[in-house]
Design a protein. Structure first.
Length: 402
């Protein structure tokens, strides 16, 4: 059912049209634009790992639902490549209508400034700005008027949840040291990415309130499995020589957790029995380990932000970003998958065909058609695991494979 346009929406659309005319852009409502909106996503990750291709996959699923033409370029976790690719995109004779950036390796500040100077609408995804950069950049649309929005997960809360889940598991499963405390190794992400900084801060905040847990060592990593494996192997050797039973490992992502398991099993330690382990990313391997009782939980779901970003871009282009229900800078909660809900995830999205998620159900645009009987949404965006699983759908049998 298409809802009739209300007078206030007509006024808003008239104002948007006048604004676009005066600023010299040709962009109109996303759902009535004659040529597809061209969006380029500068993906900072590697094309053959789990997380960043998953971000791209959810983005593509949503872009197709909204009729966007999406281009994805990978920087392969190379800080120099992020800057080089970003500048090349911005310098194109025909740049994209919207540029999606990630502030990986703190490269986003300069690229957003250059895109804004060129008049390119820019959306910050997953890692926005931190510390002094956050104060300098302000909020979307303030200092840089072509910065149309940002979407970042609450990594601080995720780090806390992971620590609490690790503590609960250790108290049920693991051995205490001679001092009566549980001894922990932490495999952190890196020292510069905002997501890593905030996730680590959440872990430390939770740890400060847990007086029966001792953090023996923490190491910065490059997020990759081999580094997690090597650091864990060295730590376990040291802990064994000092008669310190390792009760738990806090891994900043699932790739590091998988490396930790490799190292532990090589030293005849069984995850889920001899020690507890938590990770983050909802990777297929980690979900299998959660189901099998070898990992206490994997937090995450933030790769779905690729899809949510397309939704927010759609709502902005539809003129719905600045009204009472619109939002331009959104922080959303990730969610834990543990033994209590892993079966539900497998049942709904086990095939990881993100086209099953009906992204249009989450729109704030009153003119976007949604199925009969579905109430118009109001208030904040709700990108929770519960809402996501509730709005999955069966795909027609004749739909082509991804």
């Amino acid at each position: 059912m298409v809802r009739p346009m209300k007078w206030w929406h007509c006024c808003r659309m008239l104002a948007l049209t006048l604004s676009l005319f005066l600023t010299g852009t040709t962009m109109a409502r996303a759902d009535t634009y004659q040529a597809p909106i061209r969006i380029t996503f500068l993906n900072p990750g590697k094309h053959d790992e789990f997380f960043w291709p998953a971000v791209s996959a959810t983005m593509q699923a949503a872009a197709s639902q909204f009729g966007f033409k999406l281009e994805i370029l990978y920087a392969e976790r190379d800080a120099q490549a992020i800057g080089r690719l970003g500048r090349a995109i911005i310098a194109r004779a025909e740049p994209p209508d919207v540029l999606i950036l990630v502030n990986e390796f703190q490269a986003g500040t300069r690229l957003l400034q250059e895109a804004d100077a060129r008049g390119i609408k820019t959306f910050m995804l997953l890692n926005s700005f931190h510390g002094a950069d956050a104060a300098k950049m302000g909020e979307p649309g303030q200092t840089y008027r072509h910065w149309i929005g940002s979407l970042v997960p609450d990594n601080h809360a995720a780090g806390q949840r992971m620590a609490k889940a690790l503590a609960a598991c250790m108290r049920e499963t693991a051995s205490r040291g001679a001092d009566g405390k549980y001894h922990v190794l932490a495999l952190l992400g890196d020292s510069t990415t905002p997501a890593s900084i905030e996730r680590t801060a959440g872990f430390h905040a939770a740890l400060a309130a847990l007086d029966d847990i001792v953090l023996d060592r923490e190491f910065n990593t490059n997020w990759q499995t081999p580094k997690g494996r090597d650091l864990t192997a060295n730590f376990l050797t040291w802990a064994g020589e000092n008669n310190l039973p390792t009760a738990g490992i806090w891994a900043a992502n699932d790739a590091l957790a998988l490396g930790a398991i490799e190292a532990a099993e090589a030293q005849h330690l069984q995850p889920g029995k001899d020690f507890c382990l938590v990770g983050l990313n909802w990777s297929p391997e980690a979900l299998d380990l959660v189901r099998d009782g070898k990992m206490a939980m994997t937090d995450g779901g933030h790769f779905l932000a690729g899809g949510w970003a397309m939704l927010m871009v759609h709502d902005y282009l539809a003129g719905n970003a600045d009204d009472a229900t619109g939002q331009r800078a959104v922080t959303f909660q990730m969610a834990p998958i543990d033994r209590g809900n892993v079966a539900q995830f497998f049942a709904k999205l086990g095939d990881r065909d993100w086209r099953r998620i009906d992204f249009k159900r989450f729109t704030r645009d009153p003119e976007t058609p949604i199925p009969d009987g579905v109430p118009q949404r109001d208030g904040d965006y709700d990108f929770s695991l519960r809402e996501t699983l509730d709005h999955t759908r069966k795909l027609p049998a004749n739909w082509p494979a991804n």
